[in-house]
Design a protein around this ligand. Sequence first.
Ligand code: CMP
Length: 145
Amino acid sequence: MSQKGNITFTMIKPGAIANEHMGSIMNMISKAGFWIAAIKFIKLSQKQAEEFYLVHKDRPFYGSLVEFMTSGPIIVAVLEKDNAVSDYRKLIGATDPSKAEDGTIRKIFAESIERNAVHGSDSNENAIIEADFFFARSERFDRII
Ligand code: CMP
């Protein structure tokens, strides 16, 4: 955990990448005051997607979600800011884009509740678990000013 703020973990999902929204979304993240402490452009394996979303394994959408999340490249990133988890959830909006507020990332870029443009951690504890799932300590760069 950083000394300057706390962290959240995000993914820009395959639909948003395929529709070329990566730059616009990263710009919104930076403009909202988040420091990008770590970032990678990767494609999830079946095993990684199943493990990342294991908490949803009994939900009817689990299989479809895993298929979608492995359908193309994604951005994974660790974001640092005071109140990172709650501020990022405000920036991205509700999981269901039809319920997301105007101006939020999901309202602007999501295609559906499943293809909802981005993931954001739901607690400080999960942010740490999710960041550690993808990034080694040597791949993370805390804000120094
Ligand atoms: P995310 O924030 O990544 O966390 C779990 C994901 O499951 C969620 O975003 C959506 O992509 C997906 N999801 C959640 N609820 C539903 C649903 N009712 N139908 C389909 N997909 C869902």
